[in-house]
Design a protein around this ligand. Structure first.
Ligand SMILES: [Zn+2]
Length: 340
């Protein structure tokens, strides 16, 4: 097709398969969308369709047998097994050691896979017990005394972890870096947060209402948090971890800055940092970040592609700076969340 041999064509998701009524064994017509991605357009009626079975999506994870559910509004069906699912274990361990999480030097995808394969590591807490395998690791190809010592030292250095990093590292759905930081700022320390999440299991609780009322926490995030702290397997993993490390409370240090107390709006594209990071930086400088422009807006940071918001800011006479101006502002009064 267009000079290439197409062996796979996308059907997008469960809904599309149902909509196009594609069944196992069907003959289909395909195209290459944008001359690149092969996709199924329609089923060709070859007169033998009646007896063909429709594809049934699994309701249990093929790896761990936990239920596989499709949440309302989501295209994908997901295993609910969390860290008990071997397929999810590796991905979640990778997140746990990643830069925005525990940031363990020398522990990447390759090492996680090696240790999981050897059954030395199954849960995050096992990483802190890796020293028990020191001698065996030294015997392995690719490992020398220095690399083993460095890795074990890097792990030891993470026996105390800031609350926000710890929360992000747990790999709770919908809880990214920014959400983890928002939660850490609101609750201060992990014990208080956890107690609140346990109380929030009761749908009528004040704790749940409080959680849902936090700026930036939608019903989806709240539901994911409640589910996580109501799931015995996840709670066990957290308890096991707390036996190995301390979670340091987050102390939000707001430095004096030109934008403290001001309301900022970001619009257009930022090239030097993500929108989430820009928001976190602005908040660490004591500013409030809003999604829309009003008479209350003090400053607009406009990158390329800024459209109606920029126009509105100009109409209202709100100060507008570009990304370079924003970076200069950060240079003047940089502050960051610190943990003690
Ligand atoms: Zn699974």
């Amino acid at each position: 097709m267009g000079g290439v041999v197409v062996s796979n064509a996308t059907l997008h998701n469960e809904d599309e398969i149902a909509r196009k009524d594609v069944r196992i064994g069907d003959l289909v017509r395909i195209q290459r969308a944008g001359d690149v991605i092969p996709q199924v357009i329609e089923v060709v009626d070859d007169g033998e369709r009646a007896g063909r079975p429709a594809f049934a999506f699994p309701h249990a994870c093929p790896r761990c047998k936990s239920s596989a559910v499709r949440e309302p509004g989501e295209a994908a069906r997901r295993c609910t097994g969390g860290l008990v699912c071997p397929a999810q274990r590796i991905e979640r361990l990778r997140r746990f050691v990643s830069r925005a999480a525990l940031d363990i030097d020398g522990m990447g995808e390759k090492q996680v896979e090696e240790f999981v394969g050897l059954e030395w590591v199954a849960t995050p807490a096992d990483l802190f017990r890796l020293a028990a395998h020191r001698e065996a690791l030294l015997q392995r190809k690719g490992w020398k005394q220095k690399s083993v010592d460095n890795l074990l030292a890097a792990i030891e250095a993470r026996r105390s972890v800031p609350f926000d990093r710890f929360l992000y590292a747990l790999g709770i759905r919908h809880v990214g870096e920014v959400t983890a930081r928002d939660l850490a700022r609101r609750y201060g320390d992990f014990d208080a947060f956890r107690t609140a999440m346990q109380a929030a299991q009761d749908p009528a609780s004040a704790e749940l209402a409080e959680l849902q009322a936090i700026d930036g926490i939608g019903p989806k995030v709240a539901a994911a948090l409640v589910a996580f702290f109501g799931e015995p397997n996840d709670v066990k993993i957290v308890d096991d971890l707390l036996g190995e490390l301390d979670v340091a409370p987050l102390v939000w240090e707001v430095k004096a800055s030109a934008i403290a107390g001001k309301t900022l709006v970001f619009t257009g594209t930022l090239e030097q940092m993500s929108r989430d990071e820009a928001k976190a930086r602005a908040e660490s400088l004591g500013a409030k970040v809003s999604g829309s422009i009003s008479a209350k807006t003090d400053l607009v940071v406009a990158g390329p592609g800024a459209g109606s918001k920029l126009k509105k800011a100009q109409e209202l006479g709100v100060a507008v700076i570009d990304e370079a101006g924003w970076l200069a502002l950060l240079g003047k009064g940089r502050a960051c969340p610190v943990s003690v």
